[in-house]
Ligand binder design. Structure first.
Ligand code: BV8
Ligand code: ZN
Length: 259
């Protein structure tokens, strides 16, 4: 913890990369854990454009269930500690593989408390969001928190502009990440003195290679995860614990660089 704190204090620019583990203590199931989301389904089955073309009702049933499940969850102390750091010191970028909107909720909550603009704590959403939809007809893209009625293909979400079939605005396997989000994340990774990697199994590309770009640029890696990952071996410090408990301890007093 001391080594990690020292690296954090000394860093002028920090890239935070999070995965499903940062939301585990909010009650959001991870992908590959015991109760993993992938347990009941296989990724190829649902998180691909082919699956959506083949059976949009089944894919919407899974995303609708996840949207309802996540809408009932709150940011945990880990999300809040990250938002607080991003709002109280310069040079912090949060990029996430999660589509649960909890980093954004934490940013809004802490910004309200500090009476500040939430912008610096709003995450780059590498894999999109459960609460945004995109029209497969006209391409219109907008926020949508409505419950999904996936009981029949006829009741699936329809575009408010053209009536076309909407899809979740998330990145499926085989699809490219949003170029502006990926570009900004790559740039932040390259220039970071420290990449704080929280709650990801570091298996999915290209997200998992962001910390390696920090290291290639001479920066260091700190990992927060109860279990080892492919990044553990290249991390300068590894904090084995739940992020909801570890992050508030690590980030308390993580004020401006240099103390
Ligand atoms: C692309 C959709 C090309 C949204 C997701 C080799 C073979 C086959 C394919 C590939 C390959 N190499 C690369 C690929 C491509 C593929 C890929 O990486 N596959 C992997 C599986 C091998 N990548 C892609 O397809 C990407 N696109 O490459 O396209 C391209 C390029 C240009 C132009 C056109 C095309 C797209 C990747 C995005 C896929 N979409 N999700 C959704 O439904 O959510 S990925 C899915 O996995 C989620 O988004 C999730 O975020 C992501 C990563 O999972 P994690 O977040 O890490 O979650 P996980 O459960 O795995 O781990 C949780 C961790 O938390 C664990 O380590 C656990 O220990 C820890 N934890 C638990 N509790 C806690 C905790 N940590 C802290 N505190 C706790 N309390
Ligand atoms: Zn449309």
């Amino acid at each position: 913890m001391d080594e990690a704190r020292a690296l954090l204090e000394a860093a002028k620019s920090v890239l935070v990369l999070t995965g499903a583990g940062v939301s585990a203590e909010s009650g959001v199931p991870t992908f590959r854990g015991e109760e993993g989301l992938w347990k009941s389904h296989r990724p190829e089955e649902l998180a691909t454009p082919e699956a959506f073309r083949r059976d949009p009702r089944l894919v919407w049933e899974w995303y609708g269930w996840r949207r309802a499940r996540v809408a009932a969850c709150d940011p945990n102390p880990g999300h809040l500690a990250l938002a607080r750091m991003a709002l109280t010191r310069d040079g912090v970028t949060i990029t996430t593989q999660n589509v649960d909107g909890l980093h954004e909720a934490a940013a809004l909550e802490v910004a309200r408390e500090l009476d500040r603009d939430p912008d610096p704590a709003l995450p780059l959403e590498l894999h999109g969001s459960l609460f945004r939809v995109r029209c497969t007809g006209c391409g219109e893209c907008y926020r949508d928190r409505e419950p999904v009625d996936a009981s029949d293909p006829e009741t699936l979400p329809a575009c408010r502009a053209c009536g076309g079939l909407l899809r979740p605005d998330v990145v499926w396997f085989g699809e490219g990440l949003p170029s502006d989000v990926l570009e900004r994340s790559l740039r932040a990774a390259r220039g970071a003195d420290l990449c704080l990697v929280v709650g990801t199994s570091a298996l999915v590309q290209p997200a998992a290679s962001l910390p390696l770009r920090t290291r290639d640029g001479g920066g260091r890696i700190v990992e927060v995860n109860p279990r080892p990952t492919p990044l553990s071996g290249v991390a300068s410090a590894v904090l084995r614990g739940g992020s909801g408990e570890v992050l508030p301890r690590l980030l308390s007093g993580a004020g401006a660089p240099g103390g």
